[in-house]
Design a protein around this ligand. Structure first.
Ligand SMILES: CSC[C@H]1O[C@H](OP(=O)(O)O)[C@H](O)[C@@H]1O
Ligand SMILES: Nc1ncnc2[nH]cnc12
Length: 302
């Protein structure tokens, strides 16, 4: 029997952020060793019958604050149903004049300003020590593929796309002070959110290709003569951005599924943890747990 993925295999997962809570379809809700994902995963069927998994990062009723999103369960659940590449959406503040509310951004770098309160590794609490490479936090091949395709899909809607930008991930839930917002600009930050970490780190540990499509909702708080950002400012732009995100998803996902099935896009992610594991599992429980995300390195002998 062939192990080649067919058109009926789920290969691409979409994580929807603030404002993007569904794509429609049948649902599954796998319990992982790290608990349940933030929402049941819906399997939407795109013409011509391509299955795409969708998960709402904050839950379908926006129940989870950025610090409490069960990111390990989310990534593990997507991997458990066969997903190999994740396209994540996120509402972000802009730290640059030329990135206007309503613009789309595909970043290539991250500055971590979370506070260490979010579980950020699948190996935490186990006997395994592993150091995933994270110099390039987004998958380069997936990001390059998306740049072309997303740009085409946004042209029809007259929306600008910025690429190769740096996203600052802050803890929240409060927004930044004016001093912090100004400092992030000096550090080289271009956009800011509260959600890309630990999601991107966990995708790397699970050997999944991961890229972010960010949608700007506001100018954060660095502009001296303008009011600082409020949640109301963000919410004002969310619906329009979510509608355009759905358009982008509808245009790119069928071809992305085909590119993932062909495999070339995955060559940097598959196998990336092989040399990252510096201490193997010391207990059958740890092997069983880690088998869920990395079965090749943690085989369960029956
Ligand atoms: C609703 S304002 C702050 C909130 O919005 C973004 O969410 P997401 O990335 O899931 O779209 C940001 O990261 C914060 O979590
Ligand atoms: N200004 C901002 N800061 C952090 N996260 C955001 N999400 C949307 N706008 C944001």
């Amino acid at each position: 029997m062939s192990n080649e993925p067919s058109n009926s295999t789920v290969l691409v997962g979409v994580i929807g952020g603030s404002g993007l809570y569904n794509l429609g379809g049948l649902t599954v809700n796998p319990e992982t060793p790290w608990g349940y994902p933030s929402s049941p995963i819906t399997i939407a069927s795109l013409p011509p019958g391509i299955p795409i998994a969708f998960l709402a990062r904050h839950g379908t009723q926006h129940t989870y604050s950025p610090s409490s999103v069960p990111a390990r369960a989310n990534i593990a659940a997507l991997k458990s149903i066969g997903v190999k590449a994740i396209l994540a959406f996120s509402a972000v503040g802009s730290l640059r004049e030329d990135i206007k509310p309503g613009d789309f951004i595909i970043p290539s770098q991250i500055i971590d300003r979370t506070k260490g309160i979010r579980p950020a590794s699948f190996f935490e609490g186990t006997s395994v020590v592993a150091h995933a490479g994270f110099g390039d936090p987004f998958d380069g091949k997936l990001t390059s593929w998306l740049m072309q395709e997303v740009r085409k899909s946004l042209k029809e809607k007259n929306v600008d796309l910025h690429v190769d930008k740096c996203v600052v991930c802050m803890e929240g839930p409060q927004f930044s002070t004016r001093a912090e917002s100004t400092m992030y600009r000096q550090w080289g930050g271009d956009i800011i959110n509260m959600s890309v970490l630990p999601e991107a780190k966990l995708a790397r540990e699970a050997e999944l290709s991961y890229a972010l499509i960010a949608t700007a909702t506001d100018y954060d708080s660095w502009r001296p003569n303008e009011a600082a950002v409020t949640a109301a400012d963000v919410v004002k732009t969310l619906k329009k951005n979510a509608d355009i995100s759905r358009h982008v998803a509808a245009v790119v996902l069928t071809d992305l599924h085909a590119a993932v099935a062909e495999g070339g896009i995955l060559t940097d992610s598959i196998g990336c943890m092989r040399s990252a594991i510096v201490r193997p599992a010391k207990s059958p429980e740890d092997i069983r747990k880690l088998h869920y995300i990395l079965p090749e390195y943690f085989p369960v002998l029956s």
